[in-house]
Design a protein around this ligand. Structure first.
Ligand code: M6R
Length: 609
């Protein structure tokens, strides 16, 4: 939530910062702004709206500046407005701050500043308190003032700070929200995420919690909370700028849907050796470790939670270990039974989701072993986990998660199979069969993507709907949840997902003439049961879009429209079944004229409770 950027160097600070912000707009997009040091004074330009609105505001303005900071906002304290937009300054206007996170004690600090320094505030934000606080401590040494301010600040923050009197430096701090530093040829950068840096450099420092960074044009020095200098290895980003571009697609979401065969292949191949054994490079999880574990929790939010449901299925089916799955915001507060015999699996694309992170911390505090399934290398969840199982999806920019989800599913299967192999809970033949079915998925995904025009036609017929139901059985239940979430988050249609067998316990009361239902029947084992459920809702007048494997043609007798997925083992059909639902959501949203990559009220990484 919120993206920050900063630059110090020989280049044009305004241009570099605005271009960087564009790459972070997925993190929040209700307002944006920049602050530039122009010859010893700070110029701020900011406004409500998208970065395009900021660009209009500053269009034609020439700033002679080589150091500055920028921000794109997802509002927490104070509604989106010009005055609440970042950057924020102190009263004197000689300090400017951008901030991602939350200052928990900002009310207390506001009062303290008013009572002791007669400070007046312009905005309703917690961030302005940081600027004012640094301002009261500032006497010509920005590093000093930032350290002193930190002693008073409670909460989570990544900040970038500049001072009018010190145009040759920029200071940044990381505490529980992401911050990376880019090492360029003609200057250095700070950012909330790597895509903002890739135009200039692929060499970065991943900043740790409680570290303060001093940047000059030629140098970057990292200090710990005791103000001691700390060393850091340069991390070379594996992907380039093109990977974070649309590459001819209308939207990132569509591009990312099409990248799924590659992401699935990559995630699989990084973990399989030439004999199809699962490699846990960097993870030391032995048979003895597994024997010690008597409880597994998989905890996540949103789409990652839906992947966790498949994780439960895979671990229970293959490794025969009981698993509980929970949404992180609930898990944290329900006093779960955790001890050193607990394995806690956190699933997160961004690795920054606050609820997931806090749930992880809670589990860790009580002694659980932490394994995480994460896409963003070096993110907070990965740093706080004992072991990390990366999803090799590449950068996911669209707010609606697609390729991160399918790669999370692959990780879930691999973790289940790995545990099964350790426990010898499945036969070698069955293990090999599932692995071979997983390995066929990239090709089948390619084939499935060819049905995009057919799904677009279905979307064209249905996009004006007010509500949609998704139903399924077995692993199709989780896929129904995911299809429903995808549709509602980008098209704003009221959608609802339910296990098909549950319909007759209440929800069937809503079925009437022309009610739209997407019915998933991709499991051979449950196919007949699903056909009966479809019959029941058809009898009440529902319009049914059915989904089944291509050999299971009898669904055509029941459903109004049918989408087929390639034949595959029931166990792995999830990876295929979700894709048509992603495409359906995409085209419905497109026909409705929605802002697909940046849906209203949402942000890519949710770093607030
Ligand atoms: O980064 P995470 O995977 O932890 O994010 C969790 C959810 O916020 C995320 O999956 C959200 O539900 C997506 N927008 C869904 O498309």
């Amino acid at each position: 939530m919120c993206g920050i950027v900063g630059y110090i160097g020989d280049g044009n600070a305004k241009e570099i910062i605005v271009r960087g912000l564009e790459k972070l707009e997925y993190r929040g997009y209700d307002s944006s702004g920049i602050a530039l040091n122009c010859g010893g004074s700070i110029d701020v330009r900011k406004c409500k709206g998208r970065i395009a609105d900021l660009e209009k505001l500053i269009n034609g303005e020439v700033f002679d500046s080589h150091v500055g900071i920028g921000h794109t906002r997802w509002a927490t304290h104070g509604a989106p407005s010009d005055v609440n937009s970042h950057p924020h300054c102190n009263i004197k206007g000689n300090i400017a701050v951008v901030h991602n996170g939350i200052i928990e004690n900002y009310v207390e600090l506001r009062k303290w500043l008013k009572d002791n320094y007669n400070t007046t505030f312009k905005s309703e934000t917690d961030t302005e308190v940081i600027a004012q606080l640094i301002g009261v401590y500032y006497s010509g040494n920005l590093m000093d003032a930032v350290y002193k301010a930190q002693e008073k600040m409670k909460g989570a923050y990544a900040i970038g700070v500049i001072a009018a009197e010190e145009p040759e430096i920029m200071v940044a701090v990381r505490k529980n929200t992401p911050l990376v530093v880019g090492l360029g040829k003609d200057g250095n950068f700070i950012a909330s995420d790597i895509p903002a840096l890739l135009k200039h450099t692929r060499d970065v420092y991943l900043i740790e919690n409680d570290e303060t960074v001093l940047l000059t044009r030629d140098n970057v020095t990292i200090y710990n909370s005791a103000r001691e200098e700390v060393g850091r290895e340069v991390y070379r980003v594996e992907w380039d700028e093109a990977a974070a571009e649309k590459e001819g697609y209308d939207h990132f979401m569509l591009k990312e849907i099409h990248e799924q065969p590659k992401g699935v292949l990559e995630t699989l191949m990084r973990r399989l050796d030439e004999n199809d054994n699962i490699r846990l490079d960097g993870i030391s999880f032995t048979k003895e470790d597994l024997e010690k574990i008597n409880r597994v929790y998989i905890v996540a939010c949103g789409t990652a939670y839906h992947a966790s449901l498949v994780g439960k299925y895979a671990i229970e089916k293959f490794a025969k270990i009981p698993v509980e799955v929970d949404v992180a915001s609930e898990f944290r507060y329900r006093d779960p039974l955790i001890d050193e015999k607990t394995l806690f699996i956190a699933v997160s694309q961004s690795g920054e989701t606050l609820d997931t992170l806090e749930a992880l911390r809670e589990a860790k505090k009580k002694g659980a072993r932490i394994l995480s399934v994460v896409n963003v290398v070096g993110s907070s969840v990965t740093r706080e986990s004992d072991d990390v199982f990366y999803t090799w999806a590449g950068p996911e920019i669209a707010v609606a998660s697609t390729k991160a989800y399918t790669t999370q599913l692959i990780c879930m299967y691999l973790i289940g199979l790995y545990m099964a192999a350790l426990k010898e809970s499945i036969t070698e033949e069955y293990y090999s069969y599932i692995i071979s079915e997983l390995k066929k998925l990239p090709e089948k995904l390619e084939k499935l993507l060819e049905s995009e025009p057919q799904i677009e036609e279905i979307a064209k017929k249905q996009y004006k709907r007010d509500s949609v139901f998704f139903i399924g059985r077995g692993t199709d239940v989780g896929i129904s949840y995911e299809g429903s979430l995808k549709l509602k988050e980008i098209s704003y249609i009221n959608s609802f997902a339910i296990a098909a067998g549950e319909l007759k316990h209440g929800t069937i009361a809503l079925m009437e003439d022309d009610t739209l239902v997407v019915a998933l029947a991709t499991q051979d084992k449950l196919y007949e049961k699903m056909l009966s459920n479809i019959q029941e809702i058809k009898a009440r007048g529902a319009y049914v879009i059915g989904m089944a494997k291509e050999s299971n043609k009898r669904i055509e007798e029941q459903a109004n429209d049918v989408i087929y997925i390639p034949d595959c083992a029931d166990e792995v059909s999830t990876v295929l079944a979700v894709v048509p639902l992603q495409i359906l959501a995409y085209y419905v949203a497109k026909f409705r004229g929605c802002d697909i990559d940046k849906p209203k009220n949402l942000a890519k990484s949710v770093t607030v409770e």
